[in-house]
Design a protein around this ligand. Structure first.
Ligand code: PLA
Length: 458
């Protein structure tokens, strides 16, 4: 704790000085004793004192609220019930509800350890082999923009860090532009743009009446935004709704964005994890690239390769010329250097080695399909349990239409609170559940909790 020290010189009877020591607000430090004075039979001690006032420099720092997503995991840990279920954060669990390290990751880590790789700093832009692999995975290795050197790729601190660097770039080079984000979106998007001082506004996305996409609202809002705005799009498996545009709708979204000279900014946090196929999940990004648009993409390997804590991802900027890409990359590096200097190496080597070896690469794809398949199975089972148990005839089919690791249940805050307080089901307050944290065995229990919360809590 910091202290304010005031030096004072006082004269007081020795006896009364002792009583000052007990004052909880003021700790009195006794300085040098200067002299003893004798006055009317009493001994007076002249001292100079350092008075330490017990106040903090941080009095003005208010308590931050718990994070709406990661805070759920903290609350889950504190619950002692055997029934508890963590469907908050999007983290893949096995059928036994245990964290999962992919076999292909374990294999490659063993090889890396045997190879005795060093711990030298990476360059600011990251590991070259990773940057190549990540752009190839995103766009397809034979994509003309790669061949023509039109993609500026910089390794980032997973999806979040990559979004943050791109946001800093927007703030620096497009200070008058705003970013359009979907309503709703992943909660951290707002924080990222706020902290980077990038203004944002929302475009309509979710229609609560249909529990589907408000396509007309989306297009209208994108059209209404000032020309040259950035439009943040979820490449696949929209978080939190699990609702993606159809290929035809993507075409129309691209039409409007091109018409308005907007700049698409894709957040690709679930490539391969939504459908089980890396190529299928990159459809939207590749469509926009094929139309010759310049765009941003933030990538993450947290989910598809299970590298959550390794913090591995990338910022990619597709430019209209190789010369622009070189300049953009130089500025991305310039932004990264004072933020975190250079990125961590371990996850980058894992990705580069897995993608660089045909056998390991196919093994990864198989495991990704298994993970995506397990999520699809619990989605199906949850739906079946809901329609079997809910006698009201409510249509729960929206659960099957959603894609990716989440289901947006339509439960409101009070109903979500009931899920947690009564049923020990931990989820975000917007009604999102992570199906990646659910097992087949727990689907029936979850269906009971959802039916009770939906029908008995308003
Ligand atoms: N973008 C979207 C759309 C995300 O959902 C997430 C993670 C990220 C980026 C960033 O992930 P990364 O930094 O680990 O790569 N969303 C999680 C976790 C899975 C979180 O909130 O941090 C979620 O539960 O929504």
């Amino acid at each position: 704790m910091a202290s304010n020290v005031a030096s004072v010189a006082i004269s007081a009877p020795s006896a009364s000085l002792a009583s000052l020591r007990g004052n909880p607000k003021q700790r009195i430090g006794f300085g040098k004793k200067h002299a003893d004075l004798l006055f009317k039979g009493k001994v007076f001690t002249r001292v100079s004192m350092a008075v330490t006032v017990n106040s903090s420099h941080f009095e003005g720092v208010t308590m931050a609220p718990p994070d709406p997503i990661l805070g759920v995991s903290e609350a889950f840990k504190a619950d002692t019930s055997d029934l508890k279920l963590n469907l908050g954060v999007g983290a893949y669990r096995t059928e036994e509800l245990q964290p999962y390290v992919l076999n292909v990751v374990k294999k490659v880590e063993k090889l890396m350890l045997e190879g005795g790789e060093n711990k030298e700093y990476l360059p600011i832009e990251g590991l070259a082999a990773f940057n190549k692999a990540t752009a190839d995975l995103l766009l397809g290795a034979d994509n003309p923009v790669i061949k023509e050197g039109r993609v500026a790729t910089v390794q980032g601190l997973s999806g979040t860090g990559s979004l943050r660097v791109a946001a800093a770039f927007i703030q620096r080079y497009f200070p008058d532009s705003k970013v359009l984000i979907s309503s709703p979106t992943w909660g951290n998007h707002r924080n990222i743009f706020n902290d980077a001082s990038v203004p944002w506004s929302e475009y309509r996305y979710y229609d609560p009446r249909t529990v589907g996409l408000d396509f007309d609202g989306m297009v209208t809002d994108i059209k209404a935004a000032p020309d040259g705005s950035f439009v943040l799009l979820h490449g696949c498996a929209h978080n939190p709704t699990g609702i993606d545009p159809t290929p035809e709708q993507w075409e129309k979204i691209a039409d409007v964005i091109q018409e308005k000279n907007h700049i698409p900014f894709f957040d690709v946090a679930y490539q391969g994890f939504a459908s089980g196929s890396l190529d299928e999940d990159a459809f939207s990004v590749r469509l926009f690239v094929k139309r010759g648009m310049e765009l941003f993409v933030a990538q993450s390997y947290s989910k598809n390769l299970g590298l959550y804590a390794e913090r591995i991802g990338a910022t990619n900027v597709v430019c209209s010329s190789s010369e622009a890409a070189v300049r953009v990359k130089s500025q991305l590096k310039r932004l990264a250097r004072p933020m975190y200097s250079n990125p961590p190496v371990h996850g980058a080597r894992i990705v580069a080695n897995v993608v660089g070896d045909p056998n390991l690469f196919s093994e990864w794809k198989e495991e990704m399909e298994i993970m995506a398949g397990r999520i699809k199975n619990v989605r199906q089972r949850l739906y079946e349990n809901l329609i079997q148990k809910d006698k009201t005839g409510k249509d729960w089919s929206f659960i099957l239409k959603q894609i990716g690791m989440f289901s947006y249940t339509g439960l409101n805050k009070a109903q979500s609170d009931n899920m947690t307080n009564k049923w020990h089901v931990y989820m975000t307050k917007d009604g999102r559940i992570s199906l990646a944290g659910l097992s087949l065995a727990k689907c029936e229990y979850l269906a009971d909790a959802i039916i009770d919360s939906f029908h008995n809590v308003s």
